[in-house]
Every structure is written in C-alpha cells, then in structure tokens.
Design a protein around this ligand. Structure first.
Ligand SMILES: Cc1cc2nc3c(=O)[nH]c(=O)nc-3n(C[C@H](O)[C@H](O)[C@H](O)COP(=O)(O)OP(=O)(O)OC[C@H]3O[C@@H](n4cnc5c(N)ncnc54)[C@H](O)[C@@H]3O)c2cc1C
Length: 162
C-alpha cells in the first residue's frame, strides 16, 4: 500500500557486528550493498564487494582510467519508467555534489548537457544520416513497433522489417 511505502523494518539486534561479502561489483552487487545499508541497517564499512576487474560497475562500468582515458562498455538508456533503478539511485548520495542524490545529479547532467541520439541513424557504414534531424516515426509505425516488442518470439518467425 502506497501510504506504507516509507515504513522501514526495525533495526535487527547486533546488526552492527554483522559483515557482508558480495562477489561481483555490477549493478546487482552494488544494489545489494545499498539495500543492506538502507533496509537492513548494515554499516557500510562492514560490506566488502569483490570484483575480478579493477573497475566497478560490471556491464555498466564507466571510469576514468588515465589522463584523457575513459572506459565505458556501452551506452545506457535511462528512462523515467525505470522505477526500481530510480528508487535505488534516490537512496545514494552524490559523490560530487553534497546534498544531492545520484538521481538528482543524473537529472541535472541531462538538463545541462542534453544527449543527442541522432548518431544512431547511420548510413553507408557509419556516416551520420543527413535526414536525421527531420526523422519522425508516425504514430501508426510507433504503434507497430510497440506491438512488435510485445509479440511472442514464435510469431516473429518469417517477419521482415521494411
Ligand atoms: C553494451 C551494453 C549495453 C547495455 N544497454 C543497456 C540499456 O540500455 N538498458 C539496460 O537496462 N541494460 C542494458 N545493458 C544490460 C545491463 O548493463 C546489464 O543487464 C547489467 O549491467 C547486469 O548487471 P549485473 O550486476 O547483473 O551483472 P554484471 O554487470 O555482469 O556484473 C557482474 C560483475 O561480477 C564480476 N564477477 C563475475 N564473476 C566474478 C568472480 N568470480 N569474482 C569476482 N568478480 C566476478 C564481473 O567482473 C562484473 O563486474 C547493456 C549491456 C551492455 C553490455
């Protein structure tokens, strides 16, 4: 029930003495640590996250690895409907902006430096398509696309995209 969303469980006795060890520093491991701290009252310093790689984040990694060098395994789509992600990010304070959460920081960055997805419309093996600025999908085709996303795989057999 919505009105009980913010009601937390009681602090378990002796929780300050408990330790947690998480293998894997991808979003799943990092989220587990956040919920252990926030929902289960485990002190952050009692949680150890192990990763085989020097950069945390797993498939969502992104880090400065040297002067002018940056690693990022892939672009990320962040959408308002990703409720669990934003719920998680609302719990995490920003490292860089005191008093802001990482949700707020993400919104700030997105306002200051708007992402332009036109570079996805490529022709001739990687050339930016000139018509990209005018490209619009009609409501009819947007609807068809949504239908296709929700379609069971067996029904997609033999279907082509024109
Ligand atoms: C290019 C790309 C684009 C994507 N785009 C999107 C997107 O737009 N939207 C979206 O929702 N999802 C996207 N995804 C998927 C999303 O990134 C993954 O589903 C998510 O990051 C998986 O998180 P995870 O923590 O479960 O696993 P992982 O990110 O795989 O993390 C597992 C971690 O465990 C570590 N590990 C594994 N075994 C061991 C071990 N034995 N000892 C120590 N450490 C170990 C690994 O090094 C890794 O850091 C994309 C993925 C990629 C690769």
């Amino acid at each position: 029930m919505k009105q009980f969303d913010n009601v937390r469980a009681h602090k378990p006795e002796g929780i300050e003495e408990r330790k947690a060890y998480i293998v894997g520093g991808g979003i799943a491991g990092l989220a587990a640590a956040v919920f252990l701290i926030d929902d289960c009252y485990v002190p952050g310093e009692n949680i150890t996250i192990y990763d085989q790689l020097p950069v945390f984040g797993g498939s969502m990694d992104a880090a400065k690895i040297g002067e002018g060098q940056y690693t990022d395994r892939g672009e990320r789509e962040l959408e308002p409907y990703m409720e669990c992600l934003w719920y998680l990010c609302n719990k995490v304070p920003s490292l860089y902006t005191p008093g802001r959460t990482i949700t707020e920081e993400t919104v700030d960055v997105n306002k200051e430096d708007r992402i332009d997805a036109k570079a996805r419309l490529l022709v001739n093996r990687g050339q930016l398509w000139e018509g990209a600025n005018k490209f619009k999908m009609s409501p009819k085709f947007s609807r068809k696309m949504m239908d296709m996303i929700a379609m069971p795989e067996q029904k997609l057999d033999g279907m082509s995209i024109e």
